[in-house]
Write a protein that binds this ligand. Structure first.
Ligand SMILES: Nc1ncnc2c1ncn2[C@@H]1O[C@H](COP(=O)(O)OP(=O)(O)O)[C@@H](O)[C@H]1O
Ligand SMILES: [Mg+2]
Length: 270
């Protein structure tokens, strides 16, 4: 694995292949992530999303293919992974070197709205608060590449919406390159510049999302993009009776289709 200087693209992956015994999970995967770009990675369960993210995090060695990455990376997982015997601020500075660790923890916790819980123990935090501490722990490292593996999946719907707003705001301020692994199509559409679908070990589908931030489900093209991505994931939203149709897809489909096609997304097979 090689590291990139601060020049575009931030991430360059060529021909990445990863096998676990007879199971080939990544099969010649290619991907570039531009500096400051927010990319969402979707795919069915077991398609290799976490395996790929672990490779970008440096947690899994590259045995076949070439991966170029910025040196400064941080990861947030689905579970916050806080040390229960360390206070909140100490969890944020875990493994951090340099002067004024506590001061830097305070600044990062302020950014996620938790500076009032500096000296709290992890066990006293809600799920959303714990995940915000995990986000602060990533932020304090000022990563050039932020890797997020389904970080909101375990949170309730309301907390998830707040986390989306927080991540969008932090990204706007700090502009790291982001790879967000998610199974939530709406999350990808609300946050990312580009949504990718991993299938059979490669990026098979790419959707550019150009709508300005902040975004909402009411934005032009949302339901069409949503249907396209769900279809790329193998969910037949227009399929036979018996396959669940997300309510707002059906409701929004008519006005979206009535708009000129140039406002519609371009789903590209890769
Ligand atoms: N350490 C491992 N040893 C053996 N098989 C693994 C290991 N990690 C992942 N796998 C397998 O690789 C495949 C992809 O897993 P994963 O990357 O976790 O998928 P996803 O995150 O898309 O759900 C699965 O079949 C999984 O069982
Ligand atoms: Mg996973």
């Amino acid at each position: 694995m090689k590291t990139n200087p601060r020049s575009a693209p931030d991430v360059s992956v060529r021909g990445l292949t990863r096998r676990f015994g007879a199971n080939t999970v990544l099969r010649g995967l290619d991907l570039d992530i531009e500096s400051g770009e927010f990319v969402a990675l979707l795919g069915r369960s077991g398609s290799g999303k976490t395996t790929f993210l672990r490779t970008l995090a440096g947690l899994d060695a590259v045995t076949q293919g070439e991966v170029r990455l910025p040196a400064n990376r941080a990861v947030v997982f689905q579970e916050p992974r806080l040390m229960p015997w360390k206070k909140v601020w100490q969890n944020v500075t875990l493994g951090l070197t340099g002067a004024d660790a506590r001061g830097r923890a305070v600044a990062a916790l302020k950014e996620v709205g938790l500076d009032h819980r500096l000296d709290a123990w992890p066990a006293t935090l809600s799920g959303g608060e714990a995940q915000r501490v995990a986000l602060a722990r990533a932020l304090v490292r000022e990563p050039q590449l932020l890797l997020l593996d389904e970080p909101f999946a375990a949170l309730d719907a309301l907390t998830r919406i707040r986390m989306h707003e927080l991540v969008a705001a932090l990204w706007t301020v700090h502009k790291p390159s982001v790879l967000l692994v998610t199974h939530d199509v709406d999350e990808a559409l609300l946050l990312a510049d580009r949504a990718l679908v991993l299938e059979d070990g490669r990026i098979r589908t790419e959707l550019k999302i150009t709508q300005p931030h902040p975004r909402a489900r009411a934005m032009i093209g949302f339901s069409l993009m949503r249907a396209d991505l769900l279809s790329a994931l193998g969910v037949d939203v227009d399929g036979p009776a018996g396959i669940a149709k997300p309510a707002d897809t059906v409701a929004c489909r008519v006005p979206d289709d009535a708009k000129p096609r140039r406002t519609a997304p371009v789903l590209r097979s890769v």
